[in-house]
Each structure stands twice: as C-alpha cells, then as structure tokens.
Design a binder for this molecule. Structure first.
Ligand code: HPA
Length: 267
C-alpha cells in the first residue's frame, strides 16, 4: 500500500468535513446490495451527495449500487456516515478504491464500522433467504489484501464480539456465520460451493473482507451483517441472478432498517 492511499483518504475526509459541516464522525455504515433501502431508518439526513464529489472515489459500476454518501445524526446524537454502495474488487480498479471509503471514514474520526452485504447462504439446512446473519469471522479468498509491506495486523477478532452481542440485544434471533470472500464477478460453481462448505464457510460474497481488514488496520471496531439472498450455487439447483439479490433486499428493507436504526443508537 502506498502512503498516497492514506493521504488521499485524509484529503477526502477534509472535503467531507467541509461539505457536511461535521467535524468528526462516530460510525460508518456501508450499505451493500439489498441493504440500501434500509438506510432511511438510521437517522436524520444532514447532507447527501455523490461519492464522486470526494477525492479518490469512483462511481460504482453495478446496477443497484448507488454511489452516494450520506451524513446523518442518529436519535442518540451520534454522527453517522452512510455509504450507499461500495467499490468491489471485481471492478478491476485494484484494492485501494475498495477500502477508500473505510479509510476516509476513519480519517474523519470513525471508530465503529458496520459492513453490510448480500450473500449466498452455504447452509440452506439452517439458513433462510431474507434473513440477516452476523459475520463472526471471514475467509479471505480474494487473493488480495489492502495492506502492503511488513504491517502484521492481528485478525484474531476482526468482527467485534462486543458489537455482535449488542446486535443480538436488538435481535436475539440473529445467527452467526463465517463469510467467505471471493473476487467475483462470476457467482461460484457448485464445486466451489461444496469446497467452501468443507472449509467452514457459512456465507459467500464478493465484498466486506478487505474493508474489514482496512478497518482493523485503522483501529476501528467492526460489525459485519450479511443478508442471505439465495442459497449458494447448486444447493437448490436454480441459477443465480443479481435481480433476485436486489429483490430480497426490497422485501426485507423494513426489518433491516429497524435492525440498523436500533443498533446505531446503542453504539
Ligand atoms: N455468491 C456470491 N456473492 C453473492 C451471492 C452468491 O451466491 N449472493 C449474493 N452475493
């Protein structure tokens, strides 16, 4: 990782403060596919503009990934930053744009990072489509890492136990699972899904792990939440498609909104 990436994040944080009038933020929420409609429940909007107004941000390339940044004040008075959409590794811009949002938020004061995503369920025996699952750990199979050089960051507890317990106070029915990150953009083959089940994965997706690493590098506490939008490829014999992923999000937006809205007020 070049020092420039951190400099660019500091610069973006400076512009962010100017645009929002907020000196320091407390929490970042990254809204993945399916989670965007839930964003309205998090707090009162202070400012909202395209991420491309900030240095270092590219417009998301995927339908249903919005590319907007929103500053809100929660009921409890916390200053939250919401990224509606994210950059994925499969977009081919390299790893730095993938974690730029997290680094910018940390440069703007954020100490808590909530990462949400849509994921395939690897355990249809126990998981239901439309259910949120707490990420307990990850397996990073992207072949990438946002950190370059001999910076040996401890990843024993990437996804904070404390924040998971807090989330379960809001919704005691929340299950936990291990998130496997693939680069994408293809969905997996049935053979890959069988492999991931054997490896101990519970959820499969194309985001989150690299952002979580960058957040830990920056010393922030991380909460990860996956919305199970489909069983992994080959588990039920039906083909996967992106529209299905977004549709599940629309159907479950109210529940996800209540979950996130209640949660941020407890942070
Ligand atoms: N695989 C990878 N990413 C995903 C999936 C999936 O099955 N569902 C939603 N995002």
């Amino acid at each position: 990782m070049s020092k420039d990436a951190y400099g660019l994040a500091a610069e973006a944080a400076g512009v962010l403060k100017g645009r929002t009038g907020v000196d320091s933020f407390d929490v970042l929420l990254v809204m993945g596919s399916g989670w965007v409609p839930a964003a309205d429940a998090i707090g009162a909007v202070v400012a909202e503009f395209p991420v491309t107004d900030l240095p270092g941000f590219a417009a998301p390339a995927v339908a249903g990934h919005f590319g907007t940044i929103r500053a809100v004040t929660t009921e409890s008075g916390a200053k939250a930053l919401i990224l509606l959409g994210r950059t994925h590794l499969y977009e081919g811009r390299g790893v730095e744009p993938v974690v730029h949002g997290v680094r910018t938020a940390i440069a703007a004061g954020v100490r808590t990072v909530v990462l949400t995503n849509a994921a395939g369920g690897l355990r249809p025996e126990t998981q239901r489509v439309g259910e949120p699952v707490l990420i307990s750990d990850h397996i990073n199979l992207t072949g990438s890492n946002p950190i370059t050089g001999a910076t040996f960051i401890d990843l024993t507890e990437v996804y904070s136990k404390r924040l998971r317990a807090l989330a379960r106070e809001v919704d005691p029915s929340l299950a936990e699972g291990v998130y496997v990150a693939f680069r994408g953009p293809t969905y997996e083959t049935p053979a890959e899904i069988r492999m991931l089940r054997t490896l101990g994965g519970d959820l499969i997706g194309m985001s989150t792990a690299l952002e979580a690493i960058a957040a830990r590098e920056g010393g922030a506490e991380v909460l990860g939440l996956s919305l199970v939008t489909n069983p992994g490829a080959g588990l039920v014999g039906e083909p996967l498609n992106h529209e299905e992923v977004l549709q599940v999000g629309r159907e479950t937006a109210a529940r996800m909104g209540v979950l996130l809205g209640t949660l941020v007020n407890k942070l």
